[in-house]
Design a protein around this ligand. Structure first.
Ligand code: ADP
Ligand code: ADP
Length: 236
């Protein structure tokens, strides 16, 4: 479970980007984060992932505080799986190696130094590749894949590190509508079956409404909506 308490961020050069944001995300629950540009969505994601330090407030992951000062940064990051808009794959590595990098960090180091990867990690990577439908592409280089396939690699890589939370930034912004729906469906199914909480920063409100369990709307650093997607139409 993720718990965000009174999260406040004021950047040096400006106004408050977040003003006391609080919410919890239950295991298996997928939250869509929406709001106009400048609302504070990225700042919220960055505070949870410790890319920026909040001015005030706390973040707890499964009851352990992960806000700055509490816990080693690398260990906190290992507990959070990230999925990105532009996939952030290593183009010249294979699908399998990209997935393994979720656990091993520098896979080219492992490959050249130990000449093989830990068997248990490979097994898990194969399981995940199967789950995202990429088994037969395991040995292809990332740069030979379509956008949708790349994002499936991104999902498998995030899961390979056995995260306790997924933070997902505009996962479908570079994909066509049909592929976007497939990717959203896959993410939501995986979160439910693995009991993973997730926050998806998502621009496409209609797409969010179709798939997520709950929508949090931010505006000027404040939560202005927090409910099931079906209630959004009345609120907007
Ligand atoms: P969103 O992701 O919803 O577009 P952001 O979190 O990027 O919103 O931005 C929230 C507010 O914080 C905006 O007013 C933005 O200009 C400001 N902001 C974001 N990043 C910085 C930064 N590094 N320095 C100063 N102000 C920032
Ligand atoms: P528009 O610019 O079309 O007039 P708004 O400025 O109201 O619409 O909304 C812009 C963004 O605000 C949308 O892209 C969406 O992400 C978000 N949004 C829409 N409805 C809500 C809502 N009820 N609560 C919070 N955010 C919303």
């Amino acid at each position: 479970m993720l718990r965000v308490e009174g999260l406040t961020k004021r950047y040096k050069a400006g106004d408050h980007a977040l003003k006391g944001v609080s919410f919890t995300v239950e295991p298996g629950q997928v939250v869509g984060l929406i709001g106009p540009s400048g609302a504070g969505k990225s700042t919220l994601i960055r505070c949870v992932n410790r890319l920026v330090d909040p001015t005030a407030g706390k973040v707890f992951l499964n009851d352990a505080e992960i806000t700055s000062g509490a816990g080693d940064l690398r260990r906190v990051r290992r507990r959070i799986g990230m999925i990105f808009q532009e996939y952030a794959l290593v183009e010249r590595l294979t699908v399998m190696e990209n997935v393994l990098s979720g656990r091993l960090g520098y896979v080219s180091f492992w490959r050249s130094f130990f000449r093989r990867f830990p068997a248990g990690d490979i097994e898990q990577a194969f399981r995940l590749l199967d789950r995202v439908g990429l088994t037969e592409h395991a040995d292809k280089r990332a740069d030979a894949l379509s956008g949708g396939q790349r994002q499936r690699v991104g999902i498998a890589r995030a899961l390979e590190q056995n995260p306790e939370l997924l933070l997902i930034d505009e996962p479908t912004a570079s994909l066509d509508p049909k592929t976007s729906r497939q990717i959203m469906r896959l993410i939501v199914e995986i979160c439910r079956e693995s009991n993973l909480p997730a926050i998806i920063n998502i621009h496409d409100v209609a797409l969010a409404q179709m798939f997520v369990d709950r929508i949090i709307g931010l505006r000027a650093g404040e939560v202005v909506f927090d409910d099931v997607p079906s209630r959004l139409d009345n609120a907007a």
